[in-house]
Design a protein around this ligand. Structure first.
Ligand code: CTP
Ligand code: MG
Length: 246
């Protein structure tokens, strides 16, 4: 079915701390977005790749234009849209620019530059088996606790206290690309666009919006190399992986 990949690249990269949008930060000499674009187009699934860039950006837009030129008629159509203040706003902006008739959408973080094509394929295959939502997931290695701020005398000891421990075997760390039936994802984002700011601020992926519609979200195996570049250590790790592979 007609498939599009959305790449969200409109974040500021505050935690990476390069003083430029994270998608522009070089990895092995090429901006993160170029790695992600090559991965998304190279997976060979999409007839359109729609990239959300920071509002007012020129550099990432130019990078997309050059990439589209290199691909020529052989590759997917590359569309660029200005992103929004939050990741969900950026996804919404990209969804509005999809070619009519798009049936499947894979939403991918520009910040996951080393995502192997197999992950795209596993997600797309599960969509092909009839799922409306599919996400790549990994087992969790750390034990995850819920916490609350301390109150009263306890606050003299530490700022936070444990309120519970989740069962680790049931937990998964989820990655992108997250795949969706296009109409389902559009509806989920329309609903979320009306959420209160506090609720909207807690949106960290697209699947949780679809979950709130009551639609089943299926899991397929992710990949260690689909990790997100968030901190300087992650970028260092990505450099090391690329150096080892060449
Ligand atoms: N993103 C986006 N629009 C936003 C915020 C984030 O398109 N308003 C994208 C980022 O570009 C990234 C992905 O969502 O590809 C995951 O976000 P994250 O890792 O948090 O990136 P940043 O928001 O750029 O980083 P930070 O939170 O450290 O500022
Ligand atoms: Mg962010």
């Amino acid at each position: 079915l007609p498939t599009a990949v959305v790449i969200v690249a409109a974040g500021s990269g505050t935690r990476l701390g390069y003083g430029m949008p994270k998608a522009l930060v070089p990895l092995a000499g090429a901006p993160l977005l170029l790695h992600s674009l090559r991965g998304a187009a190279g997976a060979g699934l999409a007839r359109q790749v729609c990239v959300a860039v920071p509002p007012g950006d020129t550099e990432l837009t130019e990078l997309c234009r050059t990439f589209a030129e290199e691909l020529g008629d052989a590759g997917p159509e590359i569309t660029v849209v200005p992103g929004g203040a939050t990741r969900a706003d950026s996804v919404r902006a990209a969804l509005a620019a999809l070619t009519p008739g798009t049936r499947h959408v894979l939403v991918h973080d520009a910040a996951r530059p080393l995502t192997p094509p197999e992950v795209f394929h596993r997600v797309a295959e599960a969509l092909g088996r009839g799922a409306a939502a599919v996400i790549p997931a990994m087992p969790v290695v750390d034990t995850i606790k819920s916490t609350a701020p301390t109150e009263g005398e306890a606050s003299a000891i530490a700022a936070e206290v444990v309120t519970g421990t989740a069962v680790r075997e049931q937990l998964r760390a989820v990655q992108t690309p997250q795949g969706f039936d296009a109409a389902t994802l559009l509806r989920a984002h329309e609903v979320a666009a009306a959420w209160e700011p506090e609720q909207a601020a807690a949106i960290t992926d697209d699947a949780m919006l679809v979950e709130s519609l009551g639609t089943p979200v299926y899991l397929v195996p992710g990949d260690l190399q689909a990790f997100k570049v968030t901190t300087p250590m992650d970028l260092h790790f990505a450099e090391t992986i690329l150096a080892a592979g060449s």
